[in-house]
Design a protein around this ligand. Structure first.
Ligand code: AMP
Length: 521
């Protein structure tokens, strides 16, 4: 018996999330939520045993700040010790909280489509590291989805933009500034193939930083006037945050705005002009500019090599961002792309490509032929998408001469994925009982300057001399998660590295069971 499978694309954003699918005519469509909105605030309100996700939760963030969780994406990849939130008698990790957001999107999509949603492609910032990606896969699985793949947000945006332009060879610079993360990526559309060429970013830079500038400005003024810091009160802080966000958005279309804030019976009124806002947030714009310049250098390109700038993320509506990117590049902006929806749409396209590839493998055809044609090249094959690694993956080794540890790069940054790299190493001493491979991620050769991803241990036969050969292979799959293979004396161990962060398999099973008891609205 074959079950009808339905794949969706999910943009799991810091401030907003969106879900899209490919309709019966082969067209990508955003699926509205049960409040008829095309994007859903990534905000959770714990209400007794239930979790309310979206606009209602966001609106209540001021009245009941202690019951609210937002900006979870910034915590993805952290262990429960590093980040957790407690509600009722349950302690939630970042991936469990994200799972509740995914569940809301899934439930609403099922209601809208009138069928079960089984599979999903979920997007992540290109600059997300290994544990952040794994946590995102877990969030989808905990919500009851089969995660087909994780794709980079800029790749998804380029897919959404390029689907009907695949016969126009061009290089696209994707500038993605969202609520909490910033990514720049250079993509090449050539011969109906979408290829990622270079990427860089800062996953702790986004709309919230601009909001915080306004929050701090008002708080300092309030303190100066009334001798009291309004940010020490959680409710006042939440109130001020939503006023700051509204003011920031107003300043995108108006030259000035007025902020009024009351706290403890005292109030303040501040007039903020766009010019002033641009001056006090110039250092943030400068940060985005520097990252653009770095990625151009890394790609060995000049702006004259770029044909289009693709703006993604709500923050790219800000004139200061548009002006900066136009000034440094002089390249025209891609039109007809919704900065809020392109990423989910691209994920849905990737979902269809994965479904079609799976059908080719199994021979079981459920997708209509007319849809297959829309996702195929002129030659009849499926549209190809190639990503690259965003960080270097290395192994920690011992240097006999300097008597120091150093990082040997196994898979360098900017290599096309999937990637597989092998190397032979010698054991450091005679009679070693096991080799322990320490896997790290980062651009430095100094182990402490890289992020430790985990360990992979393999037993060795007895009485080996010093320098006995051990073959190490790193396999980086299309989800950009890592598998390590150690080959020693005909014995091969394929190990998914033990991570320092995230949930173990047992924890995943019990988290899935306990999350299924929470009603998500
Ligand atoms: P995203 O993560 O792509 O949904 O981006 C959301 C971010 O964009 C939030 O920080 C919003 O406050 C911000 N945003 C949305 N619309 C505007 C606008 N018109 N002007 C400035 N910022 C905006």
């Amino acid at each position: 018996m074959t079950t009808t499978r339905k794949a969706v694309g999910i943009d799991l954003g810091t401030t907003f999330s969106a879900i899209a699918h490919i309709d019966a005519y082969g067209k990508p469509q955003i699926i509205p939520n049960s409040e008829s909105e095309r994007i859903t605030p990534s905000v959770i309100l714990f209400d007794g045993a239930n979790a309310v996700v979206g606009t209602y939760a966001k609106q209540n963030s001021v009245a009941e700040p202690e019951k609210i969780v937002d900006f979870v994406k910034r915590e993805m990849g952290k262990s429960k010790d590093e980040f957790h939130r407690e509600f009722g008698d349950k302690i939630f990790s970042a991936e469990e909280l994200s799972a509740l957001i995914v569940k809301k999107l899934k439930n609403d999509a099922e209601r809208y489509l009138g069928q079960e949603v089984t599979d999903a492609v979920i997007t992540v910032p290109a600059y997300f590291n290994d544990s952040e990606r794994t946590a995102t896969i877990h969030a989808g699985q905990l919500a009851g989805l089969n995660v087909l793949s994780i794709i980079n947000e800029p790749t998804a945006a380029a897919l959404a933009y390029g689907l009907d332009k695949l016969d126009q060879n061009q290089t696209v610079f994707v500038f993605d500034l969202g609520g909490g993360t910033f990514d720049v990526t250079i993509m090449r559309i050539e011969n109906q193939h979408i290829k990622m060429l270079a990427t860089n970013g800062d996953h702790r830079l986004g709309g919230k930083d601009w909001d915080d500038i306004i929050v701090n400005l008002v708080a300092e003024e309030f303190d100066r006037l009334h001798g009291e810091n309004p940010l020490l009160d959680l409710q006042s802080y939440q109130e001020l945050q939503s006023r700051a966000l509204a003011a920031k958005i107003q300043l995108s279309s108006r030259p000035r705005t007025t902020l009024v804030h009351s706290h403890n019976g005292k109030s303040i009124k501040i007039e903020l002009t766009r010019d002033d806002f641009e001056k006090i947030s110039a250092h943030l714009v400068e940060k985005t500019k520097t990252i653009c310049e770095i990625v151009m250098q890394e790609a060995h390109m000049n702006w004259s090599d770029i044909d289009k700038i693709l703006l993604v993320g709500g923050m790219t509506r800000m004139p200061m961002i548009r002006t900066m990117i136009q000034e440094i590049s002089g390249v025209p902006l891609a039109e007809h792309v919704s900065p809020d929806e392109a990423v989910a749409v691209g994920a849905a396209i990737q979902g269809m490509l994965s479904t079609l590839a799976q059908e080719d493998k199994t021979g079981e055809k459920a997708v209509p032929e007319s849809t297959r044609e829309q996702f195929s090249t002129r030659e009849g094959g499926l549209i190809q998408v190639t990503n690259i690694t965003s960080h270097t993956l290395g192994v920690v080794l011992w240097n006999e001469d300097s008597l120091e540890e150093y990082v040997y790069p196994m898979i360098a940054k900017m290599k096309p994925v999937p990637a597989e790299f092998k190397n032979n190493f010698g054991t450091a001493q005679a009679n070693m009982a096991k080799v322990v491979v320490r896997v790290v991620e980062g651009e430095s050769t100094v182990p402490t300057e890289c992020t430790a991803l985990g360990l992979c241990a393999v037993d060795l036969p007895p009485y080996l001399p010093k320098g006995a050969p051990v073959e190490l292979t790193y396999c980086y799959n299309t989800n950009q998660t890592l598998e390590v293979v150690v080959d020693a004396f005909g014995k091969q161990s394929r190990v998914t590295i033990e991570r320092h962060t995230g949930l173990s398999e047992d924890e995943m099973a019990s988290a899935t069971a306990s999350l299924s008891l929470i009603k998500v609205e």
